[in-house]
Design a protein around this ligand. Structure first.
Ligand SMILES: [Zn+2]
Length: 293
């Protein structure tokens, strides 16, 4: 008897050990979308097709995946971003909370929820069925990010719906947030770092444990080829495009020079890798067994 065809299968959780800490990537989901916009806004159609073909990728579509990260420092369980929540569940994303159990955690176990920024794929999972999705967690967010979205002053017009979402699900929690500045320590070995541009107050988080280090760069670069290999090309997702390009170049240069391990919210799942310098450019190199030996 021939076994039944079961379709594609991929594990939605992945964990590695970093010093005395553990970092778990959880696939909140993946959604297909067009390439340009949002990416490669400086390139024409022929150039975009050539870039995609050279990377063995389709020339007309990409898969955007969403990867919130849990850091167990040994002292605290810290969730960085909350995924899309119910907003995109019909479209294939928003499964972070369901998949926690596959990683061995419950929503109640999360001690800290730190938001890198307030775009929908990072805040959508804050609430579930009208209650806080991680009920015991201390909430944290960059001061500049919260203030910008609250005032609305530097929010581009295409983010109007996003601002409504912020006002509806984040702003009412103001009293529960701890507000972060560049360099603030948020938990054992975890530091917040300013990486403004993708959004007004976008933050990254650096994890250090027993002389090992990882940089959770959130949305500094949003595609492993179209963004990492072409950091100067404007991206529709970036709210301040020039500042985002400057930040992307700064962080890519630093990560390539230092060889630090990177975890990126939109890098291909499990979203763990390194940045390599190739001439004047950069390349995303997925991590393999160096995390286990
Ligand atoms: Zn994002």
């Amino acid at each position: 008897m021939t076994a039944e065809l079961l379709g594609a299968l991929r594990a939605p959780v992945h964990r590695f050990v970093l010093g005395e800490a553990e970092i778990t990537s959880i696939l909140d989901g993946a959604i297909p979308m067009g390439i340009s916009p949002p990416f490669l806004l400086n390139e024409n159609d022929d150039e975009i097709s050539a870039i995609a073909r050279a990377a063995n990728l389709p020339t007309d579509r990409l898969e955007n995946n969403f990867v919130p990260v849990l850091v167990n420092t040994g002292d605290e369980l810290v969730l960085i971003d909350t995924g899309c929540g119910h907003y995109r569940r019909a479209n294939g994303a928003g499964f972070l909370r369901d998949r926690l159990s596959e990683a061995g955690y419950t929503p109640e176990d999360v001690d800290i929820v730190a938001l890198t920024h307030v775009h929908p794929d990072h805040i959508g999972g804050l609430w579930e069925d009208g209650a806080l999705a991680f009920p015991n967690a201390q909430l944290m967010i960059g001061r500049r990010e919260f203030d910008a979205w609250k005032s609305g002053d530097d929010i581009p017009s295409q983010r109007e719906q996003n601002r409504e979402m912020f006002l509806e699900i984040v702003a009412p929690l103001e009293d529960r947030f701890r507000f972060l500045e560049d360099g603030d320590r948020i938990a054992t070995g975890i530091t917040a770092e300013a990486a403004f541009g993708h959004s007004a107050g976008h933050m990254m988080f650096r994890v250090e444990s027993a002389s090992k280090q990882a940089l959770i760069w959130a949305d500094v670069a949003n595609h492993y080829v179209f963004s990492v290999e072409h950091p100067d090309s404007m991206v529709g997702f970036d709210d301040d495009k020039d500042m985002a390009i400057a930040t992307r170049n700064r962080v890519l240069s630093e990560t390539a020079d230092s060889g630090v391990l990177v975890v990126g919210h939109h890098m291909p799942f499990p979203a763990v890798g390194f940045v390599e310098r190739v001439g004047e450019r950069y390349r995303w190199v997925p991590a393999t067994y160096q995390l286990r030996l």
